[in-house]
Write a protein that binds this ligand. Structure first.
Ligand SMILES: [Zn+2]
Length: 313
């Protein structure tokens, strides 16, 4: 096998190993960071939940770059020598051992398999979008498209250029006031590109343990839905319109009582939003997040160097 292929394979393996280490560590601490965010507004929650989820693959790239700069990484790596050589060095990887070669090949094949799944999903999404575009029409200048269907449907589709689709049945059933509420919800998803955010989190947490993975994914989705509902509440001139929309036309129709509770809760959330966190607390939160991330980088650099040398000798 050509040297550059072996080297790239080893670096891909190293990235996957560090990503896996970080994924499990971050998943372990997720319930704690979730508690820390419990009192935050859904805006703040959405931001930090996504940032937390994206940490493992991105930090792995960063740690790998640090490990490749021996002078920089030297103070972060446990002291050790290779033979008589005790000078600062990048992880001493060699691919002569058959077992190690096999390990590297397996991991690289695994990464390609994941990338293939990702590309396949993107192509499928594109196909669906083309299909929807073909069979929909746009009542100009509305900003949404209408699909002929007897079900009550409203959704936002697409990652980079999201588009709102409403079913003809929904449009015929809704009053102008209800339509405004539903559209405000969907426009919020479209404007913030929530689909893209959820898609990124989905792939970044792929190897998290299942329970935590489901937990962080549904937390982000809930924050996005709350943000969209807040936008809808702002459009509903009467709260009764919001309650009616929630219990009749939303994606998860609620009973009258459930819908009322949700609107009351949203009003509280809206109040939290208007009484914004002081700049001091925001800075403090960002500093705490950054400090925790630095700690994570130091810990990972410290443990990844010997681990990589142990696995790829
Ligand atoms: Zn070493």
């Amino acid at each position: 096998m050509p040297d550059f292929l072996i080297l790239s394979g080893q670096y891909l393996f190293a990235w996957a190993l560090i990503t896996a280490m970080l994924s499990w560590l971050l998943a372990l601490f997720y319930p704690l960071s979730r508690k820390a965010l419990a009192l935050a507004t859904c805006h703040v929650k959405a931001f930090y939940t996504l940032a937390y989820g994206l940490l493992s693959p991105l930090t792995a790239v960063f740690v790998l770059l640090v490990l490749m700069q021996p002078e920089l990484a030297d103070s972060l790596v446990p002291e050790h020598c290779h033979g008589d050589d005790c000078s600062p060095h990048s992880p001493a990887l060699s691919a002569t051992g058959k077992l190690n070669q096999l390990l590297v090949i397996c991991v690289v094949a695994g990464i390609f398999w994941v990338v293939l799944g990702l590309v396949q999903q993107l192509l499928k999404g594109r196909q669906q979008r083309v299909f929807l575009e073909t069979f929909s029409h746009s009542p100009a200048p509305s900003g949404y498209k209408v699909i002929e269907s007897s079900s009550l449907l409203a959704w936002c589709s697409g990652l980079l250029t999201p588009q709102i689709f409403l079913s003809s049945a929904l449009i015929n059933t809704l009053s102008e006031q209800h339509l405004k509420v539903v559209l405000a919800h969907e426009f919020s998803h479209q404007y913030r590109r929530d689909n893209l955010r959820q898609w990124l989190l989905h792939w970044a947490t792929l190897i998290w343990p299942r329970r935590m993975r489901n937990s962080i994914r549904s937390d982000l989705k809930n924050s996005h839905d709350t943000l969209a509902d807040l936008a809808a509440l702002a459009m509903a001139t009467k709260n009764s319109a919001m309650v009616e929309t929630l219990n009749r036309f939303s994606n998860n129709p609620a009973t009258e009582t459930e819908a009322k509770t949700r609107v009351a809760w949203l009003e509280k959330e809206q109040h939290k939003r208007t009484a914004r966190l002081p700049v001091f607390s925001q800075t403090l939160m960002l500093s705490a997040f950054f400090a925790a991330w630095m700690g994570l980088v130091i810990f990972t650099t410290y443990s990844a160097h010997p681990l990589l040398e142990l696995l790829v000798q």
